[in-house]
Design a protein around this ligand. Sequence first.
Ligand code: ADP
Ligand code: MG
Length: 500
Amino acid sequence: MTTDPDRGTSGSGLRRRLEQWGAFSVRTRITVAFVLVSAIALFSAGFFVFTIEVRAIERDVRAQIDQELAEFEQLAVRGFDETGSTFDDAASLLRVFMERNVPDDDELLIGYAGDRAAVISPTRYAETYSDPGTGLRDLIHRAVVPLLETGGAERIDDPEHGDVIVTVQPVDAQGSPGALVVVNFLADEYSELDSFIRTYAVLAILMLGAIAVLSSFQAGRLLRPVRTLRETAQSLSASDLSRRIPEQGNDDITDLTRTVNQMFDRLEQAFRTQREFLDDAGHELKTPLTIMSGHLELLDPHDPADVEATRELLLDETDRMSRLVHELILLAKLDRPDFLDPTDVEVAPLTTRVWEKCRALGPRSWVLDAAAETTSCLDEQRITQAMVQLAQNATKHTGEGDEIGIGSALIGDRVAFWVRDTGPGVGPEDKDVIFERFGRGRVAEGDEGFGLGLSIVHGIATAHEGTLTVDDEHPHGARFTLSLPLAGPHRKEDQPWPAS
Ligand SMILES: Nc1ncnc2c1ncn2[C@@H]1O[C@H](COP(=O)(O)OP(=O)(O)O)[C@@H](O)[C@H]1O
Ligand SMILES: [Mg+2]
């Protein structure tokens, strides 16, 4: 038995619908959202006005009815006409009331004597009422009869005559029962409101159309840089990273464009560095390999002396190669986030230990310049490795009897480690080159190095968020200084998300 995971619950159906919605372009989605919000606003406004108007109509009608009833009550209580005589029966009371009362245009007054309509006011609807063909008389009569004794109001919703309110006020004039019936026709008022709402609806639809066109146009305009960005990104390849997206305007999309362009800059730079690095590494490895295969080809296997000499040479070359591979691996590791394992370290004992260790590098006059009495957050092993590397260079560039000084000092919120020597120093033209990978200076000629040592030291300093600098010593010599923040490098997971 198989089940379709997309069916089953209505939740997954909704998700699928949302996914389909996500497949539309941002431009379409913005347009639809705009139109929807506008539609809700327009509909709410219309509905609000409609409700208020209906209330106002109903209130007016109610006031009208109340006024008629009050006037009628006044007459009935006083109970006599102008001649001074009291009314004999309900019919005459009603007749007098209607003579004195001028009802509204959309109102009809009917006087009931007993359960029959006896008098009607001469208004617009009187004729319709009297014409039996219209059925209005029967309609009203049916509503009046049950209310004749109790009084009250009834609303009739008739398709032919519209909304009608029938109000009955019973009266008893000297034992003769009757009633005043006030009939209000709402059709006129409502038809006005109807035509207003219809006009509003047509206008609202036209406006929604206009909003759709405008928002689609504007969304397209705003998103154009994003489209250009996508097209440019698609056309870029690793071999050609030189294209950039044109930066226009000064809004946040321009910011995005600028950020992406900067990213391309860094990518291009990284690719170039990597290519150069591979070139250099390949070149450096090729040389010992060529030497080795050359010697092997010329080797006379039957000559023990030749075999011995070649063996020595090959061991030497493989040794060189393995040193190079070792340094390459270290360089590759430098950019990894887990390269460092920083802990709180006492700087003074560390400096002494480094000095002790370096003394074994060669017969020089090793001086412990200073040791900072402080604690710093750093990776002890990596710093020792860097200092030994610097001391090795110093040994290489000095002779017996030269002085090499090692020390550390606290400078503000940073700790500085240095190695200084009394050798020839670094020429000004070399100062930029020597920190680069495979970068070597003038003094290195004829020496075995690869030019990777200082770039490893530089990498260790950078990983600590510190710096590596070189200065001249007087009268001659070089001083290499590692300057590290006391607090140590920021841990990646400690960094808060940047605010958007
Ligand atoms: N103590 C020093 N005195 C003078 N020059 C130095 C010293 N240390 C390094 N250099 C220069 O810096 C260059 C790069 O050093 P490094 O990266 O360790 O490579 P390598 O030692 O393999 O040549 C050296 O070739 C040398 O020219
Ligand atoms: Mg070196």
